[in-house]
Design a protein around this ligand. Structure first.
Ligand code: LLP
Length: 416
């Protein structure tokens, strides 16, 4: 197991979190390389019978240590910016395992992707397809293109992370997809490589996947009737994880849905999981600065803030919070809050939690995906260290940003 208690003290694999806190200071992210590899392998095993590529969604956690671990295991990458493409290539992920998604790719980003000859660019509009065609012709190349279609399926997830319903900004409208495929098939700069779909994130039910994949299968058959034969079916990401009491579907159950809906098409299946690869391999360790009582309410004030982990503030997300040292005393009800000057800087409201004292450490669980990746220097706070553990070894895979680094790139206007 990756995060477990030994003698009432929480460890990351074989490494004491107390020791890490002494080493790098708090707050810090801590990643279990064993859990990371296990999560990736679960997809590889479940999809083993398909010709497939797991393209880890870099946006969930773009740390080079994370990406290199996955690259070594044979992962591809789903990227949404030239920056992510750069870091994926830097980590050793081959271009022919990279897919590029996103509604608003710039010309420069598209050019880069075409020149790099990545596995496919998932285009999301007529205008984007036309732009890719022009750019590819100018470069004297053909771009591998898939259309990301919007299947108009309700992902039954948080509204801010639902992406496959008509009215969402994502993808090509279902009814426009066939005509656009026909048009793109005649464009000299385009090699039609596939079809892509991503309906949302933190899905706990397989039914929306089933509906979307069934529609994709129909579309692929329809296209083949017209002589448009695609190689790749990219199913996006979205499989949920257990933050609290959720029961997410297993990779096997997910793969079974893929088999039932798309198995007989014999295509190259691409998946783009993010959260389910990195979510539970990471925690945010924070120190209690103060505790206080106001009226009936208990507050635990910690040194991590919404700039370090924005998910609770942004999506009302639940993250389990554990004491690094477990005492087994009767719990209290408290709000766990950060130091940022915003009332939304709250990690947990009215949480049943073991009482803690100034200086003690807490672990905010399941913070490996969309944690460090979404952090900022708001309140001019440094980006926190990220530490990866491997058995009894550890490595600071990103150190804390210094104030000089935070100021670098800033210029005082010459008129001052
Ligand atoms: N593919 C595409 C095209 C995506 O837009 C996303 C996520 C993924 C794959 C990966 O999805 P996953 O397997 O991680 O669910 N910041 C939010 C989540 C935003 C997800 C955005 N797109 C959060 O913290 O919950």
């Amino acid at each position: 197991m990756c995060f477990t208690y030994h003698n009432e003290e929480l460890f990351a694999e074989g490494v004491s979190l107390h020791k890490l806190a002494e080493e790098v200071g708090t707050p810090f992210y801590c990643y279990s390389s064993g859990k990371l590899a296990g999560n990736f392998q679960a997809y590889q095993n479940a999809l083993g019978n398909f010709n497939h590529t797991v393209c880890y969604s870099v946006k969930a956690n773009p740390n080079l240590g994370v990406l290199k671990t996955l690259a070594q295991l044979g992962s591809g990458a789903d990227v949404v910016s030239a920056g992510e493409m750069y870091v994926a290539l830097k980590a050793g992920i081959p271009a022919d395992k990279i897919v590029f998604s996103g509604v608003g790719k710039t010309k420069e980003e598209l050019e880069e992707a075409i020149k790099t000859q990545i596995l496919q660019i998932n285009a999301e509009s007529i205008a984007e397809v036309e732009t890719i065609n022009r750019l590819a012709i100018d470069l004297g190349l053909k771009a591998n293109v898939a259309l990301r279609v919007n299947p108009d399926v309700d992902a039954l997830t948080h509204v801010k992370i639902s992406t496959g319903k008509q009215g969402d900004k994502f993808g090509v409208d279902w009814d426009d997809a066939l005509p656009l495929y026909r048009a793109a098939a005649r464009m000299p700069g385009i090699r039609l490589a596939g079809i892509a779909v991503h309906i949302g994130s933190q899905l706990l039910d397989l039914q929306p996947f089933r509906l979307a994949f069934t529609k994709i299968a129909q579309m692929v058959r329809e296209l083949e009737k017209e002589g448009i034969v695609l190689q790749n079916i990219d199913l996006g990401g979205g499989l949920g994880i257990n933050y609290n009491v959720e029961l997410p579907p297993t990779c096997e159950a997910y793969a079974e849905v893929v088999r039932e809906t798309l198995g007989d098409l014999n295509k190259h299946i691409i998946v783009e999981p993010g959260r389910s690869i990195t979510g539970n391999m990471g925690i945010l360790v924070t120190q209690v600065l103060y505790t206080k009582q106001m009226g009936e309410k208990n507050f635990i004030i910690v040194d991590a803030g919404m700039n370090d982990l924005v998910r609770p503030a942004m999506y009302e997300a639940w993250h389990t919070i554990l004491p690094v040292e477990r005492r087994g005393i009767a719990p209290i009800i408290a709000d766990v809050v950060g130091p940022i000057c915003e009332s939304s800087d709250v990690f947990a409201k009215d949480r049943i939690i073991e009482p803690v004292q100034q200086g003690e450490l807490l672990a905010i669980m399941c913070a490996g995906a969309y944690g460090a990746a979404m952090s900022s220097i708001y309140n001019f706070r440094p980006l926190v260290p990220e530490v990866m553990v491997h058995g009894e070894e550890f490595c600071v895979v990103r150190r804390r940003t210094s104030y000089e680094e935070m100021l670098s790139g800033q210029h005082v206007p010459q008129w001052i």
